[in-house]
Design a binder for this molecule. Sequence first.
Ligand code: MN
Length: 197
Amino acid sequence: MKDGLAEYRRKRDFGATEEPRGNTGPRAADAEGTFVVQIHDASSLHFDFRLEVEGVLKSWAVPKGPSRDPGERRLAMPTEDHPLGYAQFEGVIPSGQYGAGTVIVWDEGAYSTDEPSMAEALARGHASFCLHGHKLRGAYTLIRTRQGADREAWLLLRKREGRRRAAGGGHAVDPARARSVLTRRTLRQVAAEGPQG
Ligand code: MN
């Protein structure tokens, strides 16, 4: 069986980082799954958007974070699949390790989709789904805008629903002030506790 997490594991030393080694889970029903948005204060501060698809978390780094405003689109750069357990990961990745820096779980929840297969929709480069999070609620689409081994790019956009006008403003979340949906902590508070163990 193909190990969907081979790249994830290759990049990490699990003796040094507390990130989950992870297993690919049982093949999940395609019609729904969980999603998570983490804020990651690495070499550049960014958001990580992850969707459960077929037992792994499909992942994109979203520099400005997902928008809550209909019609707004955000650049999303694909990263390696992560294990399902990563959705609960919050802490400090030690210096010298891949992705060194602090991680908080900014939002999480379920998603639903009318796509017959999310895996196939993503392979085609166009997937629509609805997020049922604490902070993110509503319809989103991921669209691949550029292909190529190391240059693939996507857009994550908040869909307009009905004829309702956009709330407007395009308010970006300030990642330095944002709080974990799991522990209410900020990046700074998590960083202050440092790597555990
Ligand atoms: Mn990241």
